[in-house]
Design a protein around this ligand. Sequence first.
Ligand SMILES: Nc1nc2c(ncn2[C@@H]2O[C@H](COP(=O)(O)OP(=O)(O)OP(=O)(O)O)[C@@H](O)[C@H]2O)c(=O)[nH]1
Ligand SMILES: [Mg+2]
Length: 355
Amino acid sequence: MKTPRTSPAPLVPRAATALLQPPHCTPRPDSPKKRWPGARSARRPWAALRVGRSGAMADAGGWLKKMQSSLKLVDCIVEVHDARIPLSGRNPLFRETLGIKPHLLVLNKMDLADLSQRQKILQHLEREGLKNVIFTNCVKDENVKQVIPAVTELVRSSCRYHRGENVEHCIMVIGVPNVGKSSLINSLRRQHLRKGKATRVGGEPGITRAVMSRVQVSERPLVFLLDTPGVLPPRIESVETGLKLALCGTVLDHLVGAESLADYLLYTLNRQRLFGYVQHYGLDGACDDVVTVLKRVAVRLGKAQKVKVLTGTGNVTVVQPDYSAAAHDFLRTFRRGLLGPVMLDRDGLQSPLDS
Ligand SMILES: Nc1nc2c(ncn2[C@@H]2O[C@H](COP(=O)(O)OP(=O)(O)OP(=O)(O)O)[C@@H](O)[C@H]2O)c(=O)[nH]1
Ligand SMILES: [Mg+2]
């Protein structure tokens, strides 16, 4: 196996350069020959993300209204977010509409996140006014036991208004899609009540589709939880934030395009010098060309497809690698953590002095 490139110039995604243009990237001319079949546009592969309007949750405003109307039953808000993007992609409307209640931020999926800069993350969040933060893994129930004591303390030290007489606590769990809100509820029940699933969990965004009735998660203190559907920000602040959200699975892959997302993933892994994909797919070495990587992945998976090509002598059927299946496998492998832990907000953590 070739050793991964160690030149100071970071590897860049072929197509991302046109749009992202980070100052350290050197854009290269696109070769039309190397485009993958079905690419929407070689120059603007992320255009489908529709920066500005996220578009993924059509009824986001409606959900927020429903959540707001349930606020009178609620003592504390637990916002769940993905630990791989601790600084970006949270919905600012949550603070505007639900911000009057005490707030705990749970950064979930810590098993998939590179948390070597945990202190910097916490300092950054504290500067944004977020003092109560817990990292969790709801699949393995790690740190989940810290949630109820933190909530109880927050509620104790805040004004409960008309709920002052109630002995029980009610928490509303909010967040963007697919970050593990329902998993947190199930994990809390496992930990405190030794009971099974109360709410459906799934690998795709949009599994929870209604503000649920209260679910008990603890006996002493008596705590109930309200599960809610994931709500994306109405405006995604930048293309890169949108891509990070999509990599974390908060947006359905087809809205961005699996091949485009795979390109951004390859770019990110190379920039962070995370070359686990080389070994995982048995490549000869690190590579910054997504078409080459996807071709190798497709061959390795034995995924090929027949396509009709119009030639001067008529239609010819040719067999070529199934780039789409390869891209989906690449994304799935990354999301399962098989390519190693990652911090997608690494750039946001660098102070100007560091760079
Ligand atoms: N690796 C890892 N996966 C997790 C963790 N927590 C949840 N998941 C997985 O993430 C996926 C989404 O979990 P859900 O609990 O359905 O997420 P949600 O936020 O309720 O999603 P919506 O209801 O669609 O908004 C599922 O496949 C879970 O198994 C975690 O801590 N680590
Ligand atoms: Mg859910």
